[in-house]
Design a protein around this ligand. Sequence first.
Ligand SMILES: [Zn+2]
Length: 114
Amino acid sequence: MKGAKNVGVPGVVIPSKSCDDDNCPFHGTLRVRGMILEGTIVKFRANGTAIFEREYIYYDKKYKRYERRRSRIHVHVPPCLNVKEGDRVIIGETRPIAKSVAFVVLGKAGGQSA
Ligand SMILES: [Zn+2]
């Protein structure tokens, strides 16, 4: 068992469990760089992948109004994190892990340990 490393994102706590996933930002070689987003886990898929949904406000210039938009992103969930469907989480951008996966779950939003 290796020691966990700090991913360098404010509000992210190092999980109490350990894992031997190479694609884990705490115990593997995966490095987080780029975007940090907050949203909800919608559904789990195979191979430790999940679907993350984010709602944001978009300003429509022509009609001078805001509209709510949502987008879904495929994310990798390391086995040391205990996240369920419906959880609010923080995700970070990484190198591509699979064809459509370039983000990893870092923990629950609001500083709770996952
Ligand atoms: Zn881990």
